[in-house]
Design a protein around this ligand. Structure first.
Ligand SMILES: Nc1ncnc2c1ncn2[C@@H]1O[C@H](COP(=O)(O)OP(=O)(O)OP(=O)(O)O)[C@@H](O)[C@H]1O
Ligand SMILES: [Mg+2]
Length: 235
C-alpha cells in the first residue's frame, strides 16, 4: 500500500453516487480526526464545487482539502507529492479516461457505487472487470440510493442476483436514498455541520459509518496481504 491510503470512487455509469459517496466518506473520516485530501479528477468538478460552496458559506469542512486534477500530468504530479498522513480520496469522471487508468493502477481501493437495477449493476460489473487490467483486487461495488420499498421489488432482487451470479466483489452496506445525502452534496457542509433533524443526521451518519468500516477493513486486508508478500520476498 502507498504511504497514505488512496481510495477512488469510480464507475462509468453517470449519476450513480461517486461524488456523493466521496464527500460523505470524506466527512466521516474528517469527523474522526483524520486529514482528507480529495483529488477531483472529473471535468464536471462536482466535489470541487461542493468545497467552494462550503468555503463561500464560511463552512469550510475541518480537515478536508479538495484540489482539482484535470489532466493526467496534474494527477501524476499530485500522486508523487502525497501528504504524509491522512487519507486521499479520488473522485472520478464517469468514463474510461486515461486518468482512470492511472487511478485504477494506483488506488489502494476502488469503491464502485451502483444503483440497484440490473442495467446499473451490469455496467458497474463491467467497470470492475475493466479494472482487472490494472489490478487483481481491491475493487468493490456497493448499492447506492436504495429504499425499503424498492428493496421488495423484482428489479432490486434481479440486481442482487446478478452481483452474486457474476461474483462481483461488494460491500454488504448499502447507502439508502436519503434527502440529507443530496442536501450535503448539492448544498454545503457535511453531515456534522448540516442543519437538519438530529435523528435523520444520526441515521445518515450510521449508514456512512458502516460503509467506512467496510472500506477500512478492506484496506487493512490489502495492507496485510502486501506485508505478507514483502515478508515472503525477504525470506
Ligand atoms: N444515497 C443517496 N440519497 C439521495 N440522493 C443521492 C444518493 N446518492 C446520490 N444521490 C443524488 O444523485 C445525484 C447523482 O449523484 P452523484 O453526483 O454523486 O453521482 P456521480 O456518480 O458522481 O455522477 P457523475 O457520473 O455525473 O459524476 C446527485 O444529485 C446526488 O445528490
Ligand atoms: Mg460525480
Amino acid at each position: 500500500m502507498s504511504q497514505v491510503p488512496i481510495i477512488a470512487f469510480g464507475t462509468t455509469k453517470g449519476g450513480s453516487g461517486k461524488s456523493t459517496a466521496c464527500v460523505l466518506v470524506a466527512g466521516e473520516i474528517a469527523d474522526r480526526g483524520e486529514n482528507v485530501l480529495i483529488l477531483d479528477t472529473d471535468p464536471q468538478q462536482t466535489t470541487m464545487k461542493w468545497f467552494e460552496r462550503c468555503q463561500a458559506a464560511g463552512q469550510t469542512p475541518e480537515r478536508i482539502q479538495v484540489v482539482p486534477c484535470l489532466s493526467e500530468i496534474a494527477l501524476g504530479d499530485r500522486l508523487k507529492a502525497l501528504p504524509q498522513n491522512g487519507v486521499v480520496l479520488i473522485d472520478t469522471q464517469g468514463a474510461l479516461t486515461p486518468a482512470l487508468a492511472i487511478i485504477a493502477s494506483r488506488a489502494d481501493l476502488i469503491v464502485v457505487p451502483s444503483r440497484a437495477t440490473k442495467t446499473d449493476v451490469v455496467e458497474a460489473a463491467a467497470f470492475v472487470k475493466y479494472t482487472e487490467h490494472f489490478r487483481q483486487d481491491g475493487v468493490r461495488l456497493f448499492l447506492n440510493s436504495v429504499d425499503a420499498i424498492a428493496m421488495k421489488t423484482a428489479v432490486f432482487k434481479e440486481a442482487v442476483s446478478y452481483i452474486a451470479e457474476e461474483q462481483v466483489p461488494y460491500f454488504t452496506t448499502m447507502l439508502y436514498q436519503r434527502p440529507i445525502y443530496s442536501d450535503v452534496n448539492d448544498n454545503k457542509g457535511t453531515l456534522s455541520t448540516i442543519k437538519a433533524d438530529p435523528e435523520s443526521v444520526r441515521k445518515a451518519r450510521a449508514n456512512i459509518s458502516a460503509l467506512l468500516a467496510e472500506i477500512l477493513e478492506e484496506l487493512s486486508d490489502a495492507g496485510n496481504a502486501a506485508a505478507e508478500v514483502h515478508e515472503t520476498e525477504a525470506a
